[in-house]
Write a protein that binds this ligand. Structure first.
Ligand SMILES: [Fe+2]
Ligand SMILES: [Fe+2]
Length: 252
């Protein structure tokens, strides 16, 4: 859909909704502090420390964008239901965190940013999104490198992570179903068309790219998803507690 353009003031409400959700997403970046406790080494902990500063800076930039498109009103918080559906579980194992939070979660945010950059006619919004997207690419790349290193010798881990990804994939389909009628009522025809594109074309693109990262077939399977969720929940209390960057640093 090359001809579609989002503009102000026509798409003020859609921009406000997206930037408010981006603020929520960036603030969850503070949770990276928890992941730092079980990073495998100090280099990884150092990356997380830089990433937290990036995310805090991004939250401020999005707050400014929100005030630009919707002056005088504070950004509303996300509804509880939408938060349950769209927030991936961040994981306790290092590989789960790198996969769910960075290789998957940030990938999805980056898709949405790319779509907005390509279809927005407003220099301030586009330039801010481009600057933030450059940081997000480095976060995704770090997550992918960590995942590749840890699945290199474990087919089980690759298929387990694929099942975790399918939870995100199905959650996106559910979010689409829940929001589609609201979107077509509340936003412009261009905005509704772009959100359709996001939840269909980008959902398939994500499926292909994540399958390629893990070296598995891009096939949806409810059984695979449930199996991975079961393993995830059963081992949740026991996973990852022995690993921390301080111990690795002293042992090296
Ligand atoms: Fe960010
Ligand atoms: Fe990020």
């Amino acid at each position: 859909m090359p001809g579609i353009k989002l503009t102000l003031p026509k798409d003020r409400e859609l921009f406000a909704f997206v930037f408010a959700r981006f603020i929520d997403g960036e603030l969850t970046g503070i949770a990276e502090g928890q992941a730092m406790q079980y990073a495998p080494d100090l280099r990884a902990a150092d990356f997380l420390a830089r990433q937290i500063r990036d995310e805090i800076r991004h939250a401020r930039l999005y707050k400014n964008l929100y005030a630009y498109v919707s002056p005088g009103s504070p950004a509303p918080e996300q509804s509880w239901l939408l938060r349950q559906i769209t927030n991936p579980v961040s994981g306790r194992l290092w590989v789960e965190h790198c996969f769910l939070d960075k290789a998957v979660g940030e990938r999805w945010v980056h898709y949405l940013m790319q779509m907005l950059i390509g279809h927005t006619q407003d220099t301030r919004i586009v330039k801010t999104l481009q600057a933030i997207a450059r940081d997000e690419v480095t976060h995704i790349a770090f997550g992918e490198t960590q995942v590749r290193a840890r699945i290199a010798h474990s087919r089980f881990m690759a298929t387990y992570l694929w099942g975790l990804y399918l939870r995100v994939d199905y959650a996106l389909a559910a979010a689409y179903r829940l929001t589609r009628s609201v979107v077509s009522r509340r936003y412009s025809a261009e905005g509704a068309a772009l959100l359709d594109q996001f939840f269909t074309e980008y959902r398939d693109k994500g499926l292909r790219e994540v399958a390629q990262l893990l070296g598995v077939k891009p096939r949806r399977s409810v059984g695979r998803m449930l199996f991975s969720q079961l393993i995830y929940l059963v081992r949740w209390p026991f996973a990852g507690w022995w690993q921390n960057p301080v111990r690795a640093f002293r042992a090296s």
